[in-house]
Design a protein around this ligand. Structure first.
Ligand code: MSP
Length: 472
């Protein structure tokens, strides 16, 4: 059977952020899809990384009395170790300071200019360093940037502009999104993007005069390339630099709704402007709040995924985040929610049924035949749900099945069967054994180490707690 290509990305995160539960959410979701597609035999390439240029990073570096490069080199390991801790199976880790990437970005800009899609213009506007972008009067609240609570500074500079409107028209960008040639999902987001395109596309400034920490603009040393353009191109550069995986185009770019416009409109325009294929799908999930509040360092409610993984294990964090609310919607998370899911659904749900089954097999000395059984329909549906990125639904279905199996034990009372119907007892425990083997297959993309542990125990028939009690 021919392998399907599956090239999946997360955003590259700002290297000077501390990786938090929001970053973890996207990265875990991408990892589940990558593992799922590998298990189908697809040709998978899974990319994440860090976004390392721009004024904000240069500013932080100078505060830390370091050169920008030294500074970012010191920050990258925190991201890498966080993803290791969460068992993220990315094939490569992209850094925008990679010299090969810098060359590719310059080549793309040169091509865009050659194709008539770049123009130099005088620009004046209100610039927010926090956002690394110009804001309009309409964006401001009380004269300040609503996100950074700071007044933007009036800046005037000569910039190169990407002629977004022209590319969109020449290359039929609206039609490509409308017809799902570029699949923008969820559908409500697609409609938002379409109506925003319809209301008129403004050209985008793609260079900066006063930002030194960036990729030099080709043929003009007074300018550097705008971080966002540099960052988006990572997805394409990676296919040239690493020489592995299915190559361009990306099958799916995953991110939260905050940066959908860049991925669904600006990025495809850049690609179409140089004659490359746009990504096949752009999927924007929702935003997390913490106990109902926006996550922020100043509020002090940031949840550290590493602390959570230390306490509950990576698999529990992966499970709890994806189970909490449907992918694509907004939702809320808290440590309490993670702890509850750990206790009720993982320890008492999955862990319990495995232990119970294995201890009965050993207590009643039942012989286990390890031939596989066809998956229950609920589990088949759970796998199908992953094709549509319905993580929460997939997990609900698997846990419904676990509940059904627990009910079967309660109804059939193996401890009674042991007294008067050993054949039926053996049949029941063999069946449960096979069901648990199937469950271990289906949960593998979500909870890889739990799945491995289950498989090991089902082989040796020795029960050990999957989710031990947590000390308070
Ligand atoms: N560097 C840019 C992305 C460039 S991609 C070519 C950037 N970085 S970021 O560090 O701010 O990461 C933004 C992404 O982090 C979001 O799109 C989302 O994937 C994730 N999240 C950050 N906060 C989040 C929540 N509160 N909830 C869910 N996801 C969140 O933007």
């Amino acid at each position: 059977m021919p392998k399907n290509k599956f090239y999946i990305t997360t955003p590259i995160y700002y290297v000077n952020d501390v990786p938090h539960i929001g970053h973890a959410y996207t990265t875990i979701a991408a990892d589940v899809l990558a593992r799922y597609h590998r298990s189908l035999g697809d040709d998978v390439f899974f990319l994440t990384g860090t976004d390392e240029h721009g004024a904000k990073i240069a500013e932080a570096a100078s505060k830390a009395k370091k050169s920008p490069k030294e500074f970012v080199d010191g920050l990258v390991p925190k991201f890498q170790s966080t993803w290791e801790k969460l068992n993220i199976s990315n094939d490569e880790f992209f850094r925008t300071t990679n010299p090969e990437h810098e060359k590719i970005v310059q080549e793309i800009i040169t091509k865009l200019a050659k194709n008539g899609y770049i123009e130099k213009r005088q620009y004046e506007g209100l610039y927010c360093v926090g956002c690394e972008k110009y804001l309009t009067e309409g964006d401001l609240e009380g004269g300040k940037c609503p996100d950074h609570k700071k007044e933007p500074v009036k800046q005037s500079e000569e910039n190169y502009f990407l002629l977004l409107g022209k590319i969109a028209e020449d290359k039929k960008l609206y039609e490509k999104i409308k017809s799902d040639e570029i699949l923008v999902r969820p559908i409500s987001r697609k409609n938002e993007v379409l109506s925003k395109i319809k209301s008129g596309l403004e050209d985008v400034s793609i260079s900066r005069e006063n930002v030194e920490w960036g990729i030099k603009y080709p043929g003009d040393d007074s300018q550097t390339i705008y971080v966002w353009v540099d960052a988006l191109i990572n997805y394409f550069s990676a296919t040239k630099i690493y020489k592995k995986g299915p190559g361009w185009p990306a099958t799916i770019h995953l991110m939260a709704k905050d940066i959908l416009w860049f991925h669904a409109v600006i990025w495809p325009a850049v690609l179409l402007g140089i004659g490359e294929e746009p990504p096949k799908q752009v999927f924007a999930h929702g935003f997390f709040t913490i106990n109902g509040q926006k996550m922020s360092k100043s509020v002090g409610n940031v949840i550290d995924p590493v602390t959570m993984a230390d306490k509950y294990g990576a698999d529990a964090v992966r499970y709890a985040l994806l189970r909490e609310f449907p992918f694509g919607e907004d939702g809320d998370i808290s440590e309490e929610k993670i702890a509850n899911r750990y206790n009720y659904e993982l320890a008492n749900g999955l862990g319990n049924i495995l232990q119970r089954t294995l201890s009965m097999i050993s207590r009643y000395e039942v012989k286990i035949d390890k031939t596989p059984k066809q998956k229950a329909q609920m589990l088949e549906y759970a796998e199908k749900a992953l094709d549509e990125l319905h993580f929460e639904q997939a997990l609900s279905l698997i846990w419904d099945r676990i509940r059904v199996l627990n009910e079967v034990i309660e109804q059939q009372k193996p401890w009674e069967l042991a007294k008067f119907d050993v054949n039926k007892l053996s049949e029941l425990l063999n069946d449960l054994h096979k069901e648990l083997a199937n469950i271990s297959d289906v949960i593998y993309p979500f909870m890889p180490s739990t799945a491995e542990k289950m498989k090991g125990q089902l082989k040796t028939l020795k029960p050990e707690p999957l989710f031990p009690r947590i000390e308070k």
